[in-house]
Design a protein around this ligand. Structure first.
Ligand code: GRF
Length: 201
């Protein structure tokens, strides 16, 4: 499947899906295009290095509807079938979600439905959670509320900081995001309401 990636910054999750492809772990995934909403996003360097087309659609210069329509148009031109949000720090409008219903994958650094939103690590620590992790999920109209595909867990240790927690969880993000993407692109997901079952053949 032709995959479009959206990122806002560092892009280590973008790199993880590139690397999984190079290792031959995602045979049904073709990363075709990257969209960043900030012109200084490091994800751009990763796209350049791997010869992946990219566009900067500066979200500070247009409203949400216009931004989303621009991305939809760019993705349509490239026949994008599946969208990955790899550290894309912006809420998508219902028109975008409808266009790619059950075809948008996000990676979030907590065990959803605990701690959705932009401050998952901080919220995890401040609430004294003992276990955390990451979630690969489909995107719906809510904030980090779509059907869960895959999760991985870690222990939150004494003295954990946002940085140490983030680093621990990131390792697992890089593992489950490519796996969830391959499952989505190989049509192995059965979506029943809020539940996702993985086909075994
Ligand atoms: C990751 O922790 C991801 O879970 C969250 O934003 C961060 C992005 O990191 N949504 P990167 O840009 O992929 O390195």
């Amino acid at each position: 499947m032709k995959v479009g990636v959206m990122a806002s910054g560092r892009g280590s999750n973008f790199q993880a899906i590139i690397d999984a492809g190079i290792r031959g772990e995602t045979p049904d995934v073709e990363i075709v295009h990257l969209i960043v909403n900030k012109k200084d996003a490091y994800a751009i360097e990763r796209a350049k290095k791997h010869g992946i087309n990219f566009d900067v659609v500066d979200s500070s210069t247009m409203d949400r509807d216009k931004f989303d329509q621009k991305v939809i148009d760019l993705f349509r031109e490239k026949n994008i079938e599946v969208v990955v949000l790899a550290g894309f720090m912006r809420i998508l409008t219902p028109i975008f979600i409808k266009t790619y219903r059950n075809k948008i994958l996000n990676i979030h650094p907590s065990l959803l439905p605990a701690f959705p939103g932009a401050h998952a690590h901080r919220d995890t620590i401040n609430n004294g959670a003992k276990i955390s992790g990451c979630t690969a999920h489909l995107v719906d109209e809510g904030i980090d509320s779509g059907p869960i595909i895959m999760q991985a867990s870690i222990e939150v240790e004494n003295g954990e900081t946002e940085d140490s927690l983030s680093a621990k969880i990131l390792i697992h993000e890089h593992e489950i995001l490519p796996k969830a993407l391959q499952l989505l692109c190989s049509d192995k997901l059965i979506i029943i309401g809020r539940k996702v079952e993985i086909k075994t053949d």
